[in-house]
Structure formats: structure tokens, C-alpha cells
Design a protein around this ligand. Structure first.
Ligand code: PLP
Length: 381
């Protein structure tokens, strides 16, 4: 981690309104009215038609306040929010790629993202090529051979928890004149701020760690204005905007982000350390452990916090994972991660979705007492 997230990010966006941001639900702002919420709007470019404040498909004051906070947290100039993480990813790539362009993407990326890149962009004449972003020599060879316009990667990948150095990937992309795009959903700016290492664009599923409570869906794209303004234009064209009520919920998540990430990282380390020696478990992966395969680059870029997500294989296979789900009293089984409550993803459906061998479990540690989580896991494993 370069520096740490600015403390004042917690207070931005209030713009003189006190301890909260007003939820402005208007979707129509009369032409000629310069400022629908005086003193409240972040600076917009009046010459850019997508930034006029007449109609809320270009955004709205509550969402802009959240965007300002998120841009500050990641150290970017501008942020554009979207209705979900997938909406942010698709708007960003459609804004930057055209027929004939090539994109290299990490083979470790989230399966739904890979589906969009590999199966849908190709219908528009954009060639998407998978590469192993954890093998820098292979990645360099792919960049040299294919000369892509952009590279998409997850610094910490879902669900394999492979870490590829944001710092080294940014440097490689710079050398080849490629736009680097990092989906930082698994780490959040409380652990890694890829823009500070030279990555061009950062994306988040706000649904996850930043939203933090499992109550909102959203996404964001952050970076230099020249790279983010085209995304704002794409949002104006496609729709997929974040609702102001949802932006307000996500802003609540931002306020406790640093605290939650420190707490869940400390608990996850405690849980991972305990589970790592459990005879029922094989191949436990947690970035905070000394045994983590990518420990050195991870610690160099991210510091001492390992995040909230642990993966492992239950030696009893899918049946044992299904039994865990049935026995569990407070650890809930289902998709998603990064919530205040501890949750688990496993069983045959998730094995298929993530293309993982039988017994795969992704555990997301929440804010419960870590001793209780350890006791519960020992009981249900
Ligand atoms: N990126 C990553 C790494 C994810 O894990 C997910 C969802 O799980 C997404 C993007 C998509 O986000 P959303 O579900 O908000 O569309």
C-alpha cells in the first residue's frame, strides 16, 4: 500500500450539510437552473453534454457526492458509479474499446467478467485474449505479440485468491502503451490503491466490501478525467445508473470501510491460522499467511492486512460442504462476500460456477467475534 486511504474521505461529500448527505431523488432538473443543490455538486465540466444536470441519467447529486468520496479514497481524479459491478465493467470497456481492438484479460478473473469479455465483446469485433497475469514473462510475451489496447486484471482474484502485482503490471502496461484496468473488489482501497502504482483505471463492485452490509448493489470506475469522461458518456447512453437511495447506503459502507477491513483482516488471519492445521481441510489459501504463494509481492504492495476472504477445499468433497451449510447456525451459505456477516460460498453449484474441484469453499469473514467463527467452523466442518 502506498500511503493509506485519506482519513478525510470519511467526511467528503457532506458539503456543508452536516453529518449526512441528502438523498435527492429528482430525475429532472429544470434547464437554466445552474445548481440544483447549491454548494453541493462536485465540479462538472459545463462543456461536456454528459455532465449537464438536467436529467439524472447523467448522475444526480447524491451519487456525485459518493463519486467524489470514492475518487478520493482511490486517489483518482474522477469516479463514475453504476448500478452494479458488472455494469461498471461493461460501461468502462464499451467506452474504451472498438471493433478491431484487442483486450488482454487475466485468466484468473471473476467468471462473469470472463464471460462478458470472452463471449460478448467478441460479438462486437473486439478480440479478448486470456493471459496468465501471474506469469510476468508470459504476460510480456502476450502484450508484445497481440499489442492490445487495454489489459484487465484483478490484483487479488476471485475466487482463486491469486495476487498479481499491481505495481509490476502497471509498469509493463506503461511500457507497451496499454491502458491497465484493475478490478480491486477483493481488496478495497483500505488495502490496495492501484492508481498509486500507476494503474490507469480502478473498478469496484460496490456490492461487496465497500458497500459492506449486503444491502446494496453498485459499481464504480475511477481514474484520470480523460479516461473516466468517456465512461460517463457511455453511462449516459446505456443507462445503468446508481439510484440515489442506494448511493446513500453505499456511502454508509464507505464510512466504516477502514474499520471493517482492519477488523475482518485480523479475524480472517486468526481463522485461517486455525483452519490451516485442520485435518479435514486441504489447500487453504489466505494472503495474510506466511505460506501464501504470492506472499512477497502481496506484502510489498498491500502491507500487513490480508483482507476478509479465505478459500480451502474440504477433503469430504461437495457432500461435506452441503452438510456444513445445513449444520451452520450463523455462517450463511450463498454467493457474495465482504459483508458484516460471515458468509460461505460452496457446494456443487459454486464448484461448477467457479470451475473448482469438489469441496471448494470460499469463506468471507465478517464482524462477529473471531473465536465464535472458529468454534462454529470446528463444529460444522
Ligand atoms: N468483480 C468481482 C471481483 C466480483 O467478485 C464480482 C461479483 O461477485 C463482480 C465484479 C461483479 O459485481 P456485481 O455483482 O456487483 O455486478
Amino acid at each position: 500500500m502506498v500511503g493509506k486511504p485519506p482519513t478525510q474521505a470519511n467526511q467528503l461529500g457532506n458539503r456543508g450539510f452536516g453529518s449526512g448527505i441528502p438523498i435527492i431523488t429528482a430525475n429532472f432538473f429544470p434547464v437554466g437552473q445552474d445548481d440544483p443543490a447549491p454548494g453541493y455538486l462536485p465540479p462538472r465540466d459545463p462543456t461536456d453534454p454528459t455532465q449537464r444536470v438536467e436529467y439524472a441519467r447523467a448522475g444526480s447529486p447524491t451519487v456525485w457526492a459518493l463519486e467524489e468520496v470514492l475518487a478520493t479514497l482511490e486517489g483518482g481524479e474522477l469516479a463514475v458509479c453504476a448500478a452494479s459491478g458488472m455494469s461498471a465493467i461493461s460501461q468502462c470497456l464499451l467506452a474504451h474499446l472498438s471493433a478491431g481492438d484487442r483486450l488482454i484479460y487475466s485468466k484468473w478473473a471473476y467468471p462473469n467478467t470472463v464471460d462478458f469479455l470472452a463471449n460478448h465483446l467478441s460479438r462486437l469485433g473486439i478480440q479478448a485474449i486470456a493471459s496468465d497475469t501471474n506469469d510476468l514473462a508470459a504476460l510480456e510475451a502476450d502484450l508484445s505479440q497481440h499489442r492490445p489496447k487495454a489489459l484487465f486484471f484483478e490484483p487479488l482474484s476471485n475466487p482463486a485468491l491469486a495476487y498479481c502485482s499491481a505495481r509490476e503490471i502497471a509498469a509493463l502496461c506503461k511500457a507497451f502503451g496499454v491502458i491497465s484496468i484493475a478490478d480491486n473488489s477483493l481488496l478495497s482501497p483500505a488495502i490496495l490503491r492501484p492508481l498509486e502504482y500507476g494503474v490507469d483505471i480502478v473498478i469496484h463492485s460496490l456490492t461487496k466490501i465497500i458497500g459492506g452490509f449486503g444491502e446494496a448493489m453498485g459499481g464504480v470506475v475511477i481514474g484520470r478525467s480523460e479516461l473516466i469522461n468517456p465512461v460517463a458518456r457511455m453511462r449516459w447512453t446505456l443507462g445503468g445508473v446508481l439510484a440515489p437511495q442506494v448511493a446513500d447506503k453505499i456511502h454508509d459502507g464507505v464510512r466504516s470501510l477502514d474499520l471493517r477491513v482492519r477488523n475482518t483482516s485480523s479475524s480472517a488471519l486468526q481463522v485461517a491460522t486455525k483452519l490451516a492445521t485442520d485435518a479435514r481441510i486441504a489447500e487453504l489459501i489466505y494472503p495474510g499467511l506466511a505460506s501464501y504463494q504470492w506472499r512477497d509481492p502481496f506484502a510489498a504492495d498491500c502491507g500487513h492486512l490480508g483482507g476478509s476472504v479465505i478459500t480451502f477445499f474440504h477433503k469430504g468433497g461437495a457432500e461435506a460442504v452441503a452438510r456444513m451449510a445445513n449444520r451452520s447456525s450463523f455462517i450463511r451459505f450463498g454467493p457474495s462476500f465482504g459483508m458484516a456477516m460471515t458468509s460461505c460460498n460452496g457446494g456443487t453449484a459454486s464448484e461448477r460456477y467457479y470451475d473448482q474441484p469438489a469441496g471448494f469453499v470460499r469463506l468471507s469473514i465478517g464482524l462477529e467475534d473471531p473465536e465464535d467463527i472458529v468454534t462454529e467452523l470446528d463444529r460444522i466442518l
